[in-house]
Write a protein that binds this ligand. Sequence first.
Ligand SMILES: [Fe+2]
Length: 386
Amino acid sequence: MKSEFEFNSPVKIVSGAGECRNIGKWVKSFGAKKVLIISGRSVSKSEYFKSMTEKMKDENTEFDIFTDTVPEPPMEIVDELADMVREKDYDLVIAVGGGSPMDTAKAVCMLKNNEGKIKDYLFGGDKTPKNPSVSLICIPTTAGSGSEVSCASVIEDTTANIKLSCTHPNLYPKLAILDPLIQLDMPKSVTAGTGMDAMTHAIESYTSKNASIMSAMYSRRAIELIAEHLPIVINDPNNIDSRMHMAIASTMAAVAFANGGLGAVHGISQATGGIAHTPHGITNAILLPKVMKYNCMGNTEKFADIAKILGADTDNMTTKEAAEEAAVLIAKMNAEIGIPDKLSSLGVTEDMFDEIVEGTLGYRLLWMNPIEVKDELVYKILEESL
Ligand SMILES: [Fe+2]
């Protein structure tokens, strides 16, 4: 494990059941005069969201609400919203939602103070943000993406059918508020998909070639918390204590991947999402055990450790057997929480494979994967996942 590293975790994190009701206090701490709230449409209709905006009215905070965010945000939507925001004098943005509204908000906060279109700033583009972004508070309504503590915004390049990220320190939110009460309305399938996205972040960052002794500490604890609390929130969605622990675990896993990196699951998933428009969390969940089956040979000690964290009795197993057991346990967990086993259930077809493989091999973080990823391996994993 690397003991020479750089580690960044600059986002202030506030955690507590009911913390959203203190939003007025946090807005005041930024000295904001005009606030834009960016959220998904369904969360904006919830009673809890309304109680939060009522608090802002009580504090005489001037604000607008934009709810037309879309999942897996395409470039056009981001540019349209950025044009609208550039005409107003917002000095604080609050994103309330899952990964998509948060990623949209990060991109818009950056574009408000920097010229050009989002495509110019995505991976392969010719611009980097010169001016600081508008301050951003993130309130995640799902426990998975970890976007609230990362400096990446994943946007779909609709001209090339690929998801690309804009990654720059200026994109870090200033504050993340983890409040389980705003996560109680999450449907079961979203809880499962986003929860396994967090598990993927934890496992890929732990086994990444870029993992350090510091990032691994976050990864290991996140694996442990998700394994314990995800099955509980699936069966008991109003369990506030387990929702709280999932929110914390998801944020921990994101701190881990922002510093330790990711691997082939996210590479294949991002390419698949760009081409087949599949949801990020479920796509990762389906691919995770299939990729682990091969990846475990790249670092048997770490995968054996994962099996132990997941609750396996590895005393009578060799390290290799225990490493292989980790993938088996993740597949079992998927089945228990209702995740489908095949990408075909998300509309992926064999004729998409060539494009998915090409997209995967261009993934920026693929070198961090514990084993080398060549095109034959990606085809093999796709065939076994279809
Ligand atoms: Fe992810």
